[in-house]
Design a protein around this ligand. Structure first.
Ligand code: 5AD
Ligand code: SF4
Length: 461
């Protein structure tokens, strides 16, 4: 079979990163290899995000760029995958007729047969159908050679929460948890291939195992993952505050591989907004959980998401949000301007906040949080951090880049020896703090914690 090239653009969240990797695995059956050169691609996949309007615009502007390319190279296949594909279906072909395949979020495993079908019939194919039971959520084998120290592992898909602003339950479907054995097997295979850190991903990992009858909840799953030999760090994302159980909070004190970081999106600091968002918790409940987490793990880093300008958000609501941000002191924050999404309940909510007001509030919140982020980073200067090396810094040669347990980026010189440090955990002293990263230096004579004889090291980029 002729060797072909596939170019994948991945937009959006970790679920898409994971799905893109799966697509690459599936495509080996048709002899496709990934390429980083758009021009040399036989197949281009745009794995899309529709969480906010801006993300969707990005998709169409990228597709626009491909129009000319398709004209010059008629055999080029263009596939749109991910949430915009699922949401738009046939409408996408109308808007971008040069697209050959619309691959919905449940159709990832059917990509090879859809390519074959599109090639045979010479016209576009659309698959936004449901997942089929016979198709596994994931195919862990063959695991490709991993050229990095860290990997995402999907533990559940979909969401049952129906927050009134959110498109996810419509484009990713209801919650489905993978069987624990399957997850553990995938992690063991990744560890064998050199991975030392996994991030367990799902829209709401705290709800893992609530349905599907696997008899294993999220804290129990974490306990099993913690026992995998040679795995060094466990992360997870995203957590819904309502489902943050005391058992999960206690896991932060109990499991040595679980990093002291939690991403816990609060969305708003106003009870009335939280209520209209259908979040299912109050401001007070959220603050109490933060307190509990800090009691169990005083060094825990807490990050969050906030939406500014939800319909009906009054000045007093926004002030409550600012107040909550001051009270918690987040380590960092993702801030979003509210945007209407197709068919979600909030579209019909009255009292939309004018764009200028949203803009002003966003700037105020951004300013407030920037101060906190920098201050939090500065508290780390002078400390020694265990940094998991991810590779060389893109901007500065001879500078390694890695992450602390609480997920802060640290750049530090490699001491002149271009070591293949990917996958190693090194002791690094923090010498300077910036808003988005830390600068460090290796501590002389510090021990590299064992990643085995050649574990991780052989996979340097
Ligand atoms: N408008 C703005 N932000 C949104 N998010 C989700 N839906 C919307 C929307 N319609 C934000 C939430 C979520 C993050 C991933 O994106 O804060 O946690
Ligand atoms: Fe969207 Fe809410 Fe589900 Fe998160 S919990 S994916 S915000 S519906």
């Amino acid at each position: 079979m002729k060797q072909k090239r596939v170019y994948i653009v991945t937009m959006g969240c970790q679920m898409n990163v994971y799905d893109s990797e799966q697509m690459l695995r599936h495509l080996t059956s048709l002899n496709y290899r990934p390429t980083s050169q758009l021009k040399s691609a036989d197949l281009i996949i745009v794995n899309t995000c529709s969480i906010r309007e801006k993300a969707e615009h990005k998709v169409y502007s990228f597709l626009g760029r491909l129009t000319r390319m398709k004209r010059l190279k008629p055999n080029l296949m263009i596939s749109v995958a991910g949430c915009v594909a699922q949401q738009e279906g046939y409408r996408l072909i109308k808007r971008a007729p040069h697209v050959d395949i619309v691959l919905g979020t449940f159709a990832v495993g059917r990509l090879p047969s859809l390519i074959t079908q599109a090639e045979a019939q010479g016209r576009p194919v659309v698959d936004i159908g449901p997942r089929r039971d016979s198709e596994p959520l994931c195919i862990p084998e063959p695991v490709p050679k991993i050229e990095r120290a860290t990997a995402f592992v999907t533990i559940m898909q979909g969401c049952d929460n129906f927050c009134t602003y959110c498109v996810v339950p419509y484009v990713r479907g209801r919650e489905v948890s993978r069987a624990p054995e399957e997850i553990l097997r995938e992690i063991r295979l990744l560890v064998e291939s050199g991975v030392v850190e996994v991030t367990l991903i799902g829209q709401n990992v705290n709800a893992y195992g609530k349905k599907n009858g696997h008899g294993c909840d999220f804290p129990t799953l974490l306990g099993h993952v913690n026992e995998i030999q040679s795995l060094r760090r466990i992360r997870f994302t995203t957590s819904h505050p309502r489902d943050l159980s005391d058992e999960l909070i206690e896991a932060f004190g109990r499991l040595d591989k679980l990093v002291p970081h939690i991403h816990l999106p609060v969305q708003s600091g106003s009870d009335s907004v939280l209520n209209r968002m259908n979040r299912g918790y109050s401001r007070d409940f959220y603050l109490k959980n933060v307190e509990k987490l800090r009691r169990v793990r005083p060094d825990i880093s807490i990050t969050s998401d906030i939406i500014v300008g939800f319909p009906g958000e009054k000045t007093v609501d926004f002030e409550n949000t600012l107040d909550l941000v001051r009270e918690v002191g987040f380590d960092s924050l993702f801030m979003f301007k509210y945007s209407d999404r197709p068919n979600v309940p909030a579209v019909k909510f009255s009292k939309k906040v004018p764009d200028v007001v949203i803009g002003d509030r966003f700037t105020t919140l951004f300013g407030l949080q920037s101060g906190f982020t920098l201050r939090k980073n500065k508290t780390l200067t002078g400390t020694i951090q265990e940094v998991l090396v991810d590779g060389y810094s893109k901007r500065t040669p001879y500078q390694l880049m890695g992450r602390t347990p609480c997920n802060r980026v640290v750049n530090f010189p490699d001491d002149g020896e271009r070591v293949t440090g990917v996958g190693q955990i090194l002791s690094v002293e923090i010498v300077k703090a910036f808003s988005h990263s830390l600068l460090g230096q290796r501590v002389a004579g510090a021990e590299e914690e064992g990643v085995g004889e050649n574990g991780g090291m052989s996979h340097a980029a």
